[in-house]
Design a protein around this ligand. Sequence first.
Ligand code: ACO
Length: 323
Amino acid sequence: MIRSVVLGSGAAKPRTVVTNHDLEKKVDTSDEWIIQRTGIKQRYIAEPDETTADLGEAAAREALSDAGLTVDDIDMIILATSTPNNTFPATAVDIQERLGMSHGAAFDMQAVCSGFVFAVTTADTYIKAGQAKRILVIGAETFSRILDWEDRTTCVLFGDGAGAIVLGAEEGVGMSNDRGILTSHLRSNGSHKEKLYVDGGPSTTQTVGHLRMQGREVFKHAVAMITDVIEDAFAATGLTADDIDWFIPHQANRRIIDASAKKLKISPEKVVMTVEQHGNTSAASIPLAISVAKEDGRLKKGDLVLLEAMGGGFTWGAVLVRW
Ligand code: ACO
């Protein structure tokens, strides 16, 4: 059977680091409060001349180079983002043009913090259906642009950045020791849409709007939703928490990640945690964490990796992939 194998990865961060101490000067908060509630110590914030397309393009170039490929080898670009450069066209086509690619197709995907998991799953489906051989999957965000910098309950949580992977079709035997994506599970439930949303948009206010969140409500649902969908992934493959080499979750909050790992009995040394350096970068957080684990030598070919995310909508999902 056809498997979607990770051929390369890359990441890009804005130039400017903003620490919790920097935020103390702008809003009524403290380094201690932010670390204790979230684990975040710093985040990268895009300068006015740094856009989602800039970050996405840089991450895509690094992923292509890591894979030893050029855009001529790519059939499709899927960009997960909730902070596109423009309402339309899709920022993916902007990146397509910047990369010098005029063949194939490029489109954006919007599932907020779960965007990367949704995009990877979509790419896997195209590859398995034989409609594409190699797909560039990017998660890129400039959440700083939709934050209300007067609202201390949200502005301290998020950051900007991008990450990308290249997925390519390879022959597998259909067993769980195949390389590539072994299973993926997506969910959403719009009855939670008021708990995490942006209060503007082209068809309602004709503005971009600002992020609004009922933090406690999100927290309350997060661990149950995350662990549910991961258990579905284990059931579909016969794999267990013991088989996992690396758990690379969406990086929203250390407490959510710790509680999810604990409930799933995934040992703490298998958890890739980058929330303290990056904050919550929404759809970029998983591929940014992948690049950290790869650069420091943890993530190696053949490792079994569990990706997971949960975000606005609510949306949530999990992917099991052998690297
Ligand atoms: N600095 C200092 N004090 C603050 C801040 C801040 N930045 N923000 C809120 N407070 C205060 C509140 O005003 C409140 O004060 P009060 O008791 O005098 O009224 C107190 O801290 C407690 O506020 P809570 O909102 O109850 O704090 P909580 O312990 O729930 O922590 C947090 C808030 C961190 C947002 C938590 O609810 C959380 O992590 N929720 C999950 C949300 C999340 O991670 N969302 C990311 C997007 S979704 C996703 O990616 C999964």
